[in-house]
Design a protein around this ligand. Sequence first.
Ligand SMILES: N[C@H](CO)Cc1c[nH]c[nH+]1
Length: 381
Amino acid sequence: MRADEIRALVPTGASIAQPVATIIEAVRAGGDAELERLEAEFGAGTKAPFTASGGALADDVRAGLEVAIHNVRAVAEAGVDEDRLVTLPQGHSVKLRDVPVRRAAVYAPGGRNPYPSTVVMGVMTAQAAGVDEVYVVGAPHPVMVAAAELCGADAYFAVTGAQAVAALAYGTESIPKVDVIVGPGSLWVQEAKRQVSAVVGIDGFAGPSDLTVVATEGADLDALKADLAGQGEHGEGSLTVAVSDSQAILDALDAQHGVLVADMDEALAFVEELAPEHLQIAGEAAEALAPRIRSAGCLFVGSSSGTAFGDYVAGSNHVLPTEGAARFASGLNVRHFRRRMAEVRVGSAGAALAAAGVPIAEAEAFPAHAASMRLRQNPRP
Ligand SMILES: N[C@H](CO)Cc1c[nH]c[nH+]1
């Protein structure tokens, strides 16, 4: 099966675009009253199964989350860029400042299974980016609420679905408008994020989970089979693919799709086109292949490196580009919460810059632009 044929099997948000638009408009116009009405009608929150009580975490879960919190923060912090000062030949300077947004929200899915791990991935990355206020939204499952507290999130809003995204994008009486919304969630949540992306930053469209395993001679097939079963656990729409130059290996791995290749060049070409969310490469060819991979959400190298470690505690982020978006998009990282802003100081370089800029403005027939530059030929106080 070709990579594009495999991708065509995954559902998109197109079929629910109209009802999602209706929900967004209702919340934008009606605020909390509409949000409450929609939550009562569609909200998944109160239907979630409760496995913890009173927001308490079992000791081992808390200890695990603390490891995750530390590792996710450490990896995220490594992605923060410094300000850069560029001095230019005309004598002026442009500083490239790297600034965090003020408010961000992490959507943590909790309809089918609660995802405290997603709370960690989102909140710690936003905090590492320097965001002032970080909120979590989603079903108020005690484990997720407790995880949000452990991460030091600023608030937990128990709203769900497209209406939650609309509330965060436009603000309501009780929910502040945010600058960035990230995180996975149902198709409704993702379609809503896509529709509000003109007024708020989003991380991308998170579709069903997928894992591709490239296995060559020497790979631990039992471990890889367990990894494929793990991602298959996400249910409907999740995609598992095995790629190998050995039919015996493909048979042993038993993925949803088995792709027999002649050699590792063909394996690489297939993987680059599929651009999997998770890519595991194992066996004797793994280390040589790793530096040649570009288009994977997260790359796991060697039979020990199971995707489930990345889902929870390795420190890499588990909010990753799906549906082939790894061709152009990155996993959740501090850049989703930070922006670059140039800061310009012309000082005494006005004459030199005007000499270059005025002719361009005149060529564009913008005399007022030209005049504004000419005025600075002599430095101003
Ligand atoms: N595999 C999911 C998407 O990368 C993340 C996750 C959360 N819990 C378990 N797994």
